[in-house]
Ligand binder design. Structure first.
Ligand code: ADP
Length: 249
């Protein structure tokens, strides 16, 4: 029986931009096996938090721990190798390569950052079984031999998630995974995210509150760089300050 455990945590996280405090005193705990949403109006600091957690930005102060290790001063590539992976890190899918080759290329780039040319075709062949497995996990097995560029928008986003899985993330950060999607694709992606969260943690920025209510176990509401409220959907949606500040009621 799995006791939920914190895989990623931030304490007193702060980031200033030329005197402007974009993220202020943020505490955040992300649990294994759970889907955690970061919500809040534009400018609330959500993107900055993602950049701080993935180490694309250095915090002005505060501390970040990944799987019990202090990563406050760790490089983005190292953090990715340690298992904290952001979806659009590899979101540049190659439209002229097949779906399968996109995943095989991702499997060749251990840090998920930077680019490495294929060493040899036989080295690539060795990656085929794992690549097919990842396509199976996201339901793209039937499209393995199609050109990535020919996929629908929704399935391209799913392919991005598959390439992210090449890094075997323990914590998956998804930046608006449903953005621009129709009802059907939202359902498909929700199912994929749910299955991915069974053996890892998911932290996602999401604007669609219906999705958040349906999918997320825990919600952190941001406003002007600070955490306004945190809890499950029922709790935060009834919070007076959240209703006023975020939902406008
Ligand atoms: P969100 O993702 O919630 O919309 P952001 O994290 O993008 O919010 O932005 C939070 C605040 O920080 C905004 O007021 C934004 O203008 C500011 N900000 C973000 N990045 C920078 C930057 N590189 N330089 C200056 N200000 C920034």
């Amino acid at each position: 029986q799995d006791v939920p455990r914190v895989v990623l945590s931030a304490r007193g996280l702060r980031r200033d931009f030329a005197g402007f405090v974009a993220v202020n005193s943020v505490d955040l705990d992300v649990h294994h096996g759970k889907i955690h949403a970061l919500i809040g109006p534009n400018g609330a600091g959500k993107t900055t938090i993602f950049n701080l957690l993935t180490k694309f930005l250095q915090p002005t102060s505060g501390r970040i721990e990944l799987l019990g290790t202090d990563i406050t001063r760790t490089s983005p590539a190292k953090v990715a190798r340690m298992g904290l992976v952001r979806s659009f890190q590899i979101s540049a899918i190659f439209p002229h390569l097949s779906v399968l080759d996109n995943v095989r290329v991702a499997l060749q780039r251990p840090s998920g950052l930077g680019f490495q040319f294929w060493r040899s075709l036989s080295a690539l062949d060795e990656l085929t079984p794992r690549a097919r497995e990842l396509l199976g996990i996201v339901g793209l097995d039937d499209a393995a031999n199609r050109l990535a560029g020919d996929l629908s928008y929704g399935r391209k986003r799913v392919l991005e998630i598959a390439t992210t899985l090449a890094l075997d993330p323990k914590v998956l950060l998804l930046d608006e995974p449903m953005a621009g999607m129709g009802h059907e694709d939202v359902g498909t992606i929700s199912g994929i995210i749910r299955s991915l969260a069974r053996d890892r943690a998911v932290l996602m920025v999401e604007h669609n509150l219906t999705v958040v209510a349906d999918l997320c176990d825990w919600i952190t509401v941001m406003q002007r760089g600070q955490v306004l409220a945190a809890g499950d959907y029922a709790t935060v949606s009834q919070d007076e300050r959240v209703r006023i500040a975020y939902m406008g009621t």
